[in-house]
Design a protein around this ligand. Structure first.
Ligand code: 5AD
Ligand code: SF4
Length: 445
């Protein structure tokens, strides 16, 4: 009987959260978490969003072949988005894998492992995606788990999947159709976490703005803004965040929450992807540059100090120099506090895979470099706006140089403080130095 496991997570917060659930399930079935070298079960929870993420997984999986030769009792599980996408093909490419388990099936992991242990099969695969899937009540699992004293912030899944079908994106095929989690389950989970000392919650979904509108499982559909209001009202919750949003679904009701809910952090991640309407159209994004800018202006009218971050893809098929200039000019107009930017990569099962006029690697590289260089300058200028200001910081941990914390606006702050300060504590820090990626300060009087 195998008793120890190690999980390596690739990709997004959604995957981190899924890994956490798998770990909890395994612990309840008698397994213990262990370092990779000692664990007799290794789970790779994979990401497929860009070609690079997938390559990382296959190269790690390749290196585990040796490890399995050395330790024949080792079991290897491929979970997550690449597992969902590749299914049986993973066994063909990597015969040393024992279990392939998809994004809606991972809660069945203990059952599949038991079948292997009992010798009922040599390999297991579970990759079904069902549009009528009901997200299991994970809060029940949490209930049975011992409280973790060090945990001060947690992710809570509110929906799974995506119905947007952006031309470049694997998510609709790797995570299925959009499914909202029942509101009662979400609130119960947040309440439980807060009662255990968690101070910050991030509500997670691929498209949180459309919470409750697709496949609503509540008796009465609840909008995302209402869900935010009800979550924010849970006593003891100090900070509330959410990710990710789509501009076209961003309602005034939701924007108003940034004015009205004091514990809703003033940071908004609003992926724009491109500044040119022609590119946005080919990407099947359902908004224009103008609509995006209007949403930003409206958001700022409710919360002038809100910080904005975004995602950008450069070199989408057919992107001309002029299209790219429009992405640069959008960056100048919005002056994002930060952004995640990527070179377009072809993904299996997406529409853009078959688009003509692919942009060459060199051009993509040059555009990415230009975008990132300008973003870095703007981030520094934006960070300098904090100089001399006192901001509320939540302690996250300690580094060699002192304490590290985060502002509600999502800026990392380094500062000196007493040993008595613990992760999750809140205090005021006066900012006296601004770098490109973080701020420095000292405890305010
Ligand atoms: N190529 C490059 N970047 C991509 N993203 C999603 N799909 C692709 C792709 N095929 C980026 C988008 C998305 C972020 C999570 O990853 O910017 O918002
Ligand atoms: Fe990667 Fe997207 Fe899957 Fe998250 S949902 S793991 S970002 S492919």
């Amino acid at each position: 009987m195998r008793t120890s496991f190690y999980i390596k997570t690739f990709g997004c917060q959604m995957n981190e959260r899924d890994s956490e659930i798998m770990a909890q399930l395994l612990i309840q079935h008698g397994y213990a978490a262990m370092a990779a070298e000692e664990a007799d079960l290794i789970i790779l929870n994979t990401c497929s969003i860009r070609a690079k993420a997938e390559q990382k997984f296959f190269s790690l999986l390749g290196s585990l072949r040796q490890e399995k030769r050395r330790r024949p009792g080792l079991r290897i599980v491929a979970a997550g988005c690449v597992a969902q996408q590749e299914g049986e093909h993973i066994f063909e490419r990597m015969p040393h894998v024992d279990v392939v388990i998809g994004t809606q099936q991972f809660w069945r992991l203990p059952e599949l492992l038991q079948r292997l242990e009992r010798g009922e099969s040599k390999r297991e695969i579970a990759c079904g995606l069902d549009k009528a899937f009901v997200i299991p009540p994970f809060q029940k699992l949490l209930h049975d788990a011992p409280p973790q004293p060090s945990e001060f912030r947690k992710f809570v899944t509110i929906m799974q999947g995506c119905d947007n079908y952006c031309a470049y994106c694997v998510v609709p095929s790797t995570r299925g159709r959009e499914i909202s989690r029942p509101v009662a389950d979400i609130l119960e989970e947040v309440q439980l976490l807060v009662s255990r000392g968690v101070k910050e919650i991030t509500l997670l979904g691929q498209n949180v703005n459309s919470y409750g509108t697709t496949n609503p499982v509540a008796e009465r559909p609840v909008s995302f803004a209402e869900l935010l209001q009800r979550t924010a009202a849970i006593p003891g919750l100090r900070r509330l965040r959410f990710t990710t949003s789509n501009p076209q679904d961003l309602s005034t009701e939701l924007m108003r929450c940034f004015r009205d809910l004091p514990n809703l952090c003033p940071h908004f991640h609003l992926p724009v992807q491109a500044g040119s309407n022609a590119v946005l159209k080919r990407m099947n994004r359902k908004y224009s540059r103008e609509l995006y800018l209007d949403k930003v202006a409206e958001l700022r009218s409710f919360r002038p100090d809100i910080t904005l971050s975004t995602d950008v893809i450069v070199g989408f098929p057919g992107e001309t120099e002029d299209d790219f200039e429009q992405t640069m000019s959008l960056l100048e107009t919005v002056r994002f506090h930060g952004s995640f930017s990527f070179k377009y990569s072809d993904r299996p099962g997406t529409r853009s895979l078959h688009f003509p006029d692919k942009v060459d690697e060199q051009t993509k590289g040059a555009r990415l470099e230009r975008f990132q260089a300008r973003q870095d300058e703007i981030s520094l200028e934006r960070n300098r706006e904090f100089l001399g200001r006192s901001v509320e910081v939540m302690v996250e941990g300690r580094s060699e140089s002192g304490l590290q914390g985060r502002t509600g606006s999502n800026h990392i702050v380094h500062f000196a403080g007493p040993d008595s300060l613990q992760p999750g504590d809140l205090l005021m820090v006066t900012i006296n130095h601004a770098g490109q990626h973080s701020l420095q300060g000292s405890m305010a009087d």
